[in-house]
Design a protein around this ligand. Structure first.
Ligand SMILES: [Zn+2]
Ligand SMILES: [Zn+2]
Length: 270
């Protein structure tokens, strides 16, 4: 089983917060020797900030992907979505996803009880660290356990990306909610799905999302499948630290990184 250079969490200007065109993304990835990418544009149904609840214009997006596939034949380009789950609108979100011919579904959660963790004052105000992180973990479990039809679980520990805690308190680790993380990881393993290793954590927590302690537990419980993603929104971060994260997961005993074509999974050695 061979190695493959892939980035499965990427945003372009088709995401409301993306700062690179699809063409800039593809040309940068080719220059960096990457073989396969998966666009994972945001949807955020019911987000409290209306300017974030703006999905891509799907037919324009699919058409541009087709053009990029012609322009960059050396790069495999997959069409995915980062599903910003929302318990209040979940049935509609599932129906919307079923209507799109996607390669990959990245199950994500930014809202915890209706508040996005990036709103630091709103989310962390009046809470202890233990409360803030436990609440996040429980909301993430509620989301994941309500889904079966997804491919990978995005950035477990997202709340730590914006928290004001410093040093060793910053990262959200397995010990913060072991029972909750076990339930999440067992669900992923039972379904044969993937755990995302998101490298955007290095800049803030010095580790990945999910944290290496959660990845270690996933492997202990029998988890084998991962996707790796930079979560890049601009050309500077395309494929950033993916090889570093793969090396970390390899050291922990992780086995496979997954690719998806029309939701069919192919595994490559990490
Ligand atoms: Zn996200
Ligand atoms: Zn993202």
């Amino acid at each position: 089983m061979k190695q493959r250079l892939m980035d499965y969490h990427l945003h372009t200007v088709h995401s409301m917060d993306g700062r690179q065109t699809m063409d800039e993304l593809c040309s940068t990835m080719v220059q960096r020797g990457v073989e396969e990418i998966c666009l994972t544009e945001h949807i955020e149904p019911g987000h409290p900030s209306p300017e974030l609840d703006i999905p891509p214009i799907w037919d324009v997006w699919f058409h541009e992907i087709q053009q990029m596939r012609v322009k960059y034949p050396m790069l495999t380009i997959r069409a995915g979505v980062e599903i910003g789950d929302n318990p209040k609108l979940r049935d509609r979100i599932k129906a919307d996803m079923d209507a799109l011919p996607l390669d990959f579904r990245l199950l994500s959660l930014h809202l915890v009880n209706g508040v996005d963790c990036y709103d630091v004052d709103d989310y962390f105000g009046g809470k202890t660290r233990a409360q803030a992180y436990r609440e996040y973990a429980e909301a993430k479990a509620e989301s994941i356990l309500a889904w079966n039809d997804f491919d990978s679980v995005a950035h477990i520990g997202y709340a730590a990306k914006f928290s004001a805690y410093t040093g060793a308190d910053r990262a959200l680790v397995y010990e913060d909610a072991p029972d909750v993380f076990d339930a999440i990881l067992e669900h992923i393993i039972d379904l044969g799905k993937c755990l995302e290793v998101n490298t955007s954590g290095y800049a803030t927590t010095g580790d990945t999302f999910a944290h290496s302690s959660i990845i270690k537990r996933y492997i202990e419980l029998g988890g084998e499948n991962f996707t790796f993603g930079s979560d890049s929104h601009d050309v500077e971060r395309d494929y950033a630290d993916v090889e570093r994260a793969k090396e970390m997961v390899r050291q922990l005993g992780g086995k496979y990184q997954a690719a998806f074509d029309q939701r069919r999974m192919t595994l490559y050695r990490i």
